[in-house]
Design a protein around this ligand. Sequence first.
Ligand code: RIB
Ligand code: CA
Length: 309
Amino acid sequence: MKKIILDCDPGHDDAVALLFAGISESIDLLGVVAVAGNSYVENTVKNALKITEMASINVPVLKGAGKPILREQIVAPNIHGESGLEGVELPEPSKKYEEENYIHFYKRIIEENERNITIVAVGPLTNIGNLFLIHPELKDKISEIVIMGGGIAFGNTTPVAEFNIYADPEAAKIVFDSGVPLTVFGLDVTHQAKINNEEIRKMQEIKSEVVSKMGVLLEFFHKTYFDVFKIVGAPLHDPCAVIYLSDPEIFEYENYYTQIELNGKYTYGQTVVDYWHLSGKVNSKWAVRVNREKFIEILFENLKKYEKR
Ligand code: RIB
Ligand code: CA
């Protein structure tokens, strides 16, 4: 079992990743830290509380950073709606987020699980960037950071920058320069992990309220992807980062040296990947291909477990 902290900005695909992490027998979810990203952190933490409560995922939920480290804040209502989780009303959560400061939570959990803790980051990297600025000594105590972010060949928020990186490039630079083992799920692979309308309807038939409502939420997500990108099928970006932990063999990987562009007029926030290994350096393992059928099969196999909850 992998002990993980899930750092996320729910967000439709974050919510699917959270449901998977909360039930997979390969994952020991120690906590959820919300970050500003798809929506303001007040919304993302509330969405994390809603999903964990509905799914009876009994883990601490913490409110992380509300603003990027340097740049002006951006959010993504065009994809996720104003609330960050548009598409169906979920019950107001009765549980509250933890009083503990998220930086202290990270420090405490990392020190309690030294070299046996994985951070899964599927939103902007602000929380982890701040953590490393304040506690650089924690870097070599973390086994791996699994990131949904970036793209080798293309972006989705600018032509070359993907949202999670573009929302806080300075934080991303801190993380990519940290020396911590990084496994990256960029758009090149997450756009192969698309869920189609028929599979969304199958999810709505699963006899679990939280999962069937997740299916309704994905209908909204599927529509916004068509409206904005003219893409048929909703890329399940964030679930890639957690399904990797249970079934790494369904992906193929390449090792690259990745730098984050901070100064380019047209390229700010790009993950600049040394595709031809000209630098002779490596700081990140990128997933580049996925067996989509296996991915969907594993996702449904785990979501169906909620029928017994
Ligand atoms: O670009 C896709 C990423 O941005 C996903 O993590 C999605 O949830 C948004 O945060
Ligand atoms: Ca996300």
